[in-house]
Design a protein around this ligand. Sequence first.
Ligand SMILES: [Zn+2]
Length: 310
Amino acid sequence: MLLKPLGKTVHLGIDLGGSAIRAALVHGSVLLPKTFQRTDYKDDAATALNDVIVYYLDLAKRLDLVVEQIDIALAGNIEPTSRVIVSSPTIPSLRGRHLEDLVENFAGLTITAHNDANARTLGEWHVSESPKTDNFVAIFVGSGIGGGAVCGGKLFLGEHGAASEVGHIAVEYEGYPCPCGGRGCVEQYASGTAILRRANDLAGTSDRVSFETALSLLQALRVKDAIAVQTYREAAQWLSMSLASLINLYDPGIVVLGGGVMESTDGFFETVVEGTRGRLMPLAKQGARFTRASLGDTGGVLGAVLMSYT
Ligand SMILES: [Zn+2]
């Protein structure tokens, strides 16, 4: 699948992240990407979203471009027939909202919506290094954990569009409860949120000052603070177990690792890859190439537009 310029027509790609909205016009490539942050975003995501749409429709008009479709990526799942957002872990105010109610009527524009981890996976596959592969998996570790899989040249969505929920691979039978309704999901052990919680649990038991933010924990890791080192080592182990399961299921040619925790933590990528390799079946161990995600913040935006072509 190749994304080609469409004359003067463009898509507007929007990624509804946990703390900000990222958007861009997509016209063969990503144009004029911008991140929007506002204090009322979580409580009133619909207003923030509609303001972003108005901003880009105006911008496109001034550039003599025509927005023909709006493609949205968001954490959670959208029921494909009713187009109701049935889960939204990072922005609870979106849960239960109908897509058509969420987005105001913009002169009959087509609106599509997609799971953000699937969108980012498709985006990374689209730009992945040569030689290309028809079998590809990605995992993104940020405040949550998401991922996806391309199988036989197609994004694997499952029967209900809810496949490849990597963050909800269970690693503990009686583990922490998870907002998904399950227990012991890897997201509760190795996401940025979980890593900070675990570090503060350890700090509490050793009667020391807590870590206020992920950044303060990262700074502690850089000076080899014992609690920070232990916390990240454990997180890498949980991730390695989950990623190995994913690879042993799908036998991909390329494995992409991305997300804020993966990108900002020195040595984390290498530790996770090493731990994963030790748990792979022989042929997968020989053949899988591990690479870092390359699209950064624009992965969800590009991916949402690509998803609309699938
Ligand atoms: Zn879960």
